[in-house]
Write a protein that binds this ligand. Structure first.
Ligand code: ATP
Ligand code: MG
Length: 563
């Protein structure tokens, strides 16, 4: 594939700007507001901003867009930094805050006033809304719109000095109250808020609005391409208007792309916050959350996330991407990397009646079927073993090739066994199977080359490690929960199931952050927060197969019909 074929429209623009000499170096920024944890949508923005700069030898700023004190906190700042680093990107010495520029922004606002391009309004918030008009009706000028430059400057300085209360005055741009673009109808530039700021302390009681701060911060940092999501498209005329009036030495260019939305997940910090606040999940890093912290704790590999956003692509079309696409990226990455182990999640005991009582054999188990260089390990085999409950069926159909009364199955890396007797408790539940093994069928070395159709996994009872295994599923039953107001109505009540599993002894050594495949079950890792020497706590990262694929496809099709 040639380079041009893989270039998205933003990379094409950047390529052209370098080739034409418009820019000699590309400078981008990733500008999250520290009002929540980053989510899978942000992964796309991070990979794009840091990616295009790295690919062209440019630079990227991590800028905390902290113009809205009250909703922002240090905890979020720290989480954002950790998440960006974890994804493998480095801002080096370019960690900035919109609040670093409060002084310059204030000066710029004063200049707009001096140029007659901004005024202090005394209308209340409600009155301003009333004057704004609608999409079909022009707005009306505020009676305070024609205050003199001197009066405006005086009032603005006194706003800053703390002489007025919240909402009493607001600084607005003087643009056009009849503009068809509502954003151009004299938008607010500064408002009064008597609350301290997580970065700037209590130096300020007036704070700039996002639109005003953003473009100018881009200019101060010499950002060449300010990449943002499509909801800012209608703000671009305003972005350009500030630059046209103030003519900073460097002029950045805003380019919009579509948001990445993941089916069956919410990608809005506000909605994620609701899940945390209401205790629907255990925190921002709950392994079911589509936050970067949650996905890390769940065990999603960085390479898979980066591959996922590459597959999603940078476009201007709305996207709701199937969870299966992300899960397939994870399966592909882990299928290659993860060593195989044996574990039983819903144990049923079998006793091999013809196997000596105190005998233990060490079976040789391959660590990775496709990568012999990863070697083998020893797997203890004994008279009593755990197998999976659903690998046994009493009234089995003809095609059931696992264990059934009188039937035979191979134990992986072990022997062929036959089920001779089913033991029940007084309630009639199956509690144990009495089986016999064929000593000539030992895997690899047995004298018999007898074959049976099914192979199942197992763990020796005596050697098993107990573990709490957490099986995660989608948080929502609805393909696009972003569009639903009440998230409660679409929660999946089965998003977490906890089982008492039995692990092969080698899993005692499973390191934090190391993913393994439990044969026939899926990919798993220890829980970075709750796993301990006393209790092994294991997260299921993803199943081996996508049991949702069909359902999801159907739901997405229905959705497309509605849109
Ligand atoms: P949220 O609605 O979740 O709060 P946001 O846009 O308000 O998202 P910011 O912290 O302002 O969150 O986002 C930082 C950057 O990440 C912005 O440039 C924004 O455009 C981008 N971004 C946010 N969500 C997505 C998404 N779903 N897909 C791609 N980029 C996104
Ligand atoms: Mg935002």
């Amino acid at each position: 594939m040639s380079e041009t074929e893989t270039r998205d429209f933003i990379r094409q623009i950047i390529h052209d700007d370098l080739e034409s000499g418009k820019h000699s170096e590309i400078v981008t920024r990733f500008p999250p507001e520290p009002n929540g944890y980053l989510h899978v949508g942000h992964v796309m923005s991070i990979c794009l901003n840091f990616g295009v700069a790295a690919e062209t030898g440019g630079r990227t700023f991590l800028r905390l867009d902290d113009t809205n004190p009250g909703k922002e906190s240090r905890e979020y700042v720290d989480a954002i930094k950790r998440d960006v680093h974890w994804l493998g990107f480095d801002w080096e010495d370019r960690l900035t805050h919109a609040s670093d520029y409060f002084g310059q922004l204030y000066e710029s606002a004063c200049r707009l006033i001096e140029m007659g391009c901004a005024y202090v309004d005394s209308l209340s918030a409600d009155e301003i809304r009333e004057h704004r008009g609608t999409l079909t009706e022009p707005g009306r000028n505020s009676p305070y719109r024609d205050r003199s430059v001197e009066e405006n400057l005086d009032l603005f300085k006194r706003m800053r000095a703390g002489e007025f209360s919240d909402g009493e005055l607001v600084l607005r741009a003087r643009i056009d109250m009849s503009s068809p673009n509502m954003n151009m109808r004299d938008p607010a530039l500064y408002r009064i808020r008597h609350i301290p700021h997580q970065n700037a302390g209590d130096e300020w009681c007036i704070y700039p609005m996002y639109d005003f701060a953003h473009g100018l911060s881009d200019a101060y940092e010499h950002i060449t391409h300010s990449l943002c999501t499509l909801e800012f498209e209608d703000h671009r005329p305003l972005y350009d208007w500030f630059l046209d009036q103030l003519k900073p030495a460097h002029r950045p260019r805003q380019i919009e792309f579509s948001r990445l939305n993941l089916a069956y997940a919410v990608t809005s910090k506000r909605k994620l916050n609701t899940l945390v606040d209401e205790g629907i999940v255990t925190g921002w890093d709950d392994p079911r959350m589509p936050t970067i912290a949650g996905m890390r704790r769940r065990g999603y590999p960085v390479a898979a996330l980066r591959e996922f956003v590459t597959r999603a692509g940078v476009t201007k079309k709305d996207k709701l991407i199937e969870m299966g696409v992300l899960e397939n990226c994870i399966r592909e990455t882990l299928g290659e990397q993860a060593e195989r182990r044996m574990a039983v999640l819903r144990p049923l005991k079998i006793v091999l009646t013809n196997y000596p009582e105190n005998k233990v054999e060490m079976m040789e188990a391959m660590n990775h079927p496709g990568r012999p260089e990863l070697g083998t390990r020893e797997l203890p085999f004994s008279r009593e073993l755990w197998i999976e409950q659903d690998d046994f069926m009493e009234d089995a159909p003809r095609k059931f090739f696992r264990l059934k009364p009188g039937g035979e199955v191979r134990l992986r890396f072990g022997y062929i066994i036959r089920c001779d007797e089913v033991v029940r408790n007084t309630a009639g539940d199956v509690v144990e199977l009495r089986c016999s093994y064929d000593p000539d069928t030992r895997s690899g070395t047995g004298s018999s080359d007898r074959k049976v159709k099914g192979t199942i996994h197992w763990v020796s009872c005596e050697h098993a490690i107990d573990a709490q295994v957490r099986l995660y599923d989608r948080l929502f039953n609805e393909a696009n929960p972003n569009a639903v107001d009440d998230v409660h109505s679409v929660l999946n009540p089965e998003s977490l199931e906890i089982v008492d599993g039995k692990l092969e002894p080698a899993l005692a050594e499973l390191a934090a952050g190391q993913a393994v495949q439990f044969e026939r079950l899926g990919y798993f890792c220890t829980d970075e927060k709750e796993d301990s020497a006393a209790v092994r706590v294991i997260n299921r990262i993803v199943t081996l197969r996508d049991s949702w694929a069909k359902l999801e496809k159907q739901a997405m099709q229905n959705q497309n019909q509605v849109v």
